[in-house]
Design a protein around this ligand. Structure first.
Ligand SMILES: Cc1cc2nc3c(=O)[nH]c(=O)nc-3n(C[C@H](O)[C@H](O)[C@H](O)COP(=O)(O)OP(=O)(O)OC[C@H]3O[C@@H](n4cnc5c(N)ncnc54)[C@H](O)[C@@H]3O)c2cc1C
Length: 393
């Protein structure tokens, strides 16, 4: 593995670093994952999205002809490293940039690309992802939301759940069942639906962190023009898989090393048996073992990257990375709770909350990544069956 960057990559880094330095005043600060949105947060993210886009720094991995930079895998990594170094991130403004745009570039008709892609880039239209249903999550292809043909329209009935950002969204990309008689993967169609269409109701769901980023979305006789079908009718599963591939490629938690540094700092501050937590060798050993795991995860990531750079198909590393990094984040959060003792129970606005309650927020938020983009149990299955060759349970 070559750990050096090429001169082109270094030039890319310098260009972005210089751009960031000039425009950082508009950046949104790093926030705790799955924290509730404060007043003005969403608007600030949209402003940062637009600023990045004006500089050509929003959809960097999209091809140039669609408004991206055609950035390589390594440049993508440099991009996120530089954002992190500057204390910011690419803002979450729904799933247009990360999921729908790349899917449409692959599967959309020319008319669909012309109509939707420019407004994804400018954040004039915000997109949410209508995949999960109350009874279909890991087994996504069992979904039951129906779309029935009616002349030039599909009429949609059913409900989607855990729909992030649906309360901000102008559009939803929706998996629907168009042929209930076909085998489950063969009767699905992928539709683009205007959230203002009559018959759509969005109801907020509050997460255990207190955040209100989730929703359940109900569809009652919602009429969707046929021209909003992506790919072929009943062949939507292939389109859906493309979107899922982009979802899995969004990667594991980059913030883990930072969290370990913060844990060291916390251990130095908390009183523990008449001294500080850091004075207890078992505390230091535990934190050292987290740091070692984080290093192992980093090099596993490099191994995966090397495979990709050599054009090899994805190996088992992505399942291992997802599994190990999300479980590590959970254990770090749980250990912080132990260090804090009774103070761990204080929420952000409590007068004696340590670090404004961020550790308890992290503890609650750390569960989410073990669930989305393929639950950790599903990752165990993949590793067991495809890597270790174990029989199916
Ligand atoms: C923060 C967050 C954001 C999300 N945003 C969105 C969104 O915007 N749009 C959207 O469509 N969805 C979204 N989701 C939903 C997410 O995709 C689903 O929660 C996920 O696919 C799991 O489905 P489920 O919740 O129905 O659980 P289920 O699939 O019902 O699973 C329940 C439990 O059973 C286990 N299990 C299931 N099948 C197996 C198996 N074969 N072997 C072993 N164990 C199994 C699971 O691991 C889990 O522990 C989001 C979820 C989270 C946490």
């Amino acid at each position: 593995m070559d750990f050096n960057y090429s001169p082109e990559d270094e030039a890319f880094r310098s260009e972005f670093r210089a751009w960031l330095a000039r425009n950082l005043a508009d950046a949104t600060p790093m926030r705790e994952a799955l924290a509730d949105e404060a007043a003005g947060d969403w608007e600030a993210r949209i402003r940062w999205h637009r600023k990045l886009n004006e500089g050509g720094w929003m959809a960097i991995n999209w091809p140039k002809e669609y408004g991206g930079r055609g950035a390589t895998l390594l440049q993508n990594i440099i991009y996120h490293d530089e954002l992190e170094r500057a204390g910011t991130c690419a803002p979450f403004t729904g799933f247009g940039i990360s999921l729908l745009g790349p899917t449409l570039i692959h599967w959309g008709s020319e008319e669909q690309k012309r109509r939707f892609i420019p407004k994804i880039l400018t954040a004039e239209e915000i997109w949410c992802q209508g995949y999960s249903e109350p009874n279909s999550g890991s087994d996504l292809a069992s979904l039951q939301t129906r779309a029935v043909e009616d002349g030039d329209y599909f009429v949609v009935n059913g409900s989607k759940i855990w729909t992030s950002a649906a309360h901000h969204a102008d559009w939803i990309f929706l998996l629907t069942r168009t042929d209930p008689e076909a085998p489950k993967h063969k009767g699905i169609s992928y539709l683009l639906v205007d959230m203002k269409t009559p018959g759509i109701t969005v109801r907020p769901l509050v997460q255990m962190t207190g955040a209100r980023g989730f929703n359940q979305v109900f569809f009652e006789d919602v009429r969707v023009p046929r021209q909003n079908l992506v790919g072929q009718q009943n062949q939507g599963w292939q389109v859906a898989i493309t979107t899922l591939m982009f979802e899995r490629a969004t990667g594991h938690d980059r913030g883990i090393v930072k969290q370990i540094h913060e844990l060291v700092d916390l251990a130095r501050r908390v009183p523990h048996n008449g001294a500080s937590g850091w004075d207890d060798s078992s505390v230091r050993q535990q934190i050292a073992s987290f740091a070692l795991e984080a290093e192992a995860i980093k090099y596993t990531g490099y191994r995966q990257l090397t495979r990709q750079l050599k054009g090899l198909p994805p190996g088992p590393e992505s399942s291992m990375l997802k599994l190990c990094s999300t479980e590590l984040a959970l254990r770090i959060a749980a250990f912080a709770m132990e260090l804090l003792g009774p103070y761990s129970q204080m929420e952000s606005d409590a007068p004696f909350a340590v670090d404004s309650g961020k550790w308890s927020q992290r503890m609650l938020a750390a569960r989410g990544p073990t669930i989305y983009a393929g639950t950790n149990q599903i990752q165990h299955n993949i590793i067991g069956e495809r890597v270790l060759g174990l029989p199916k349970g």
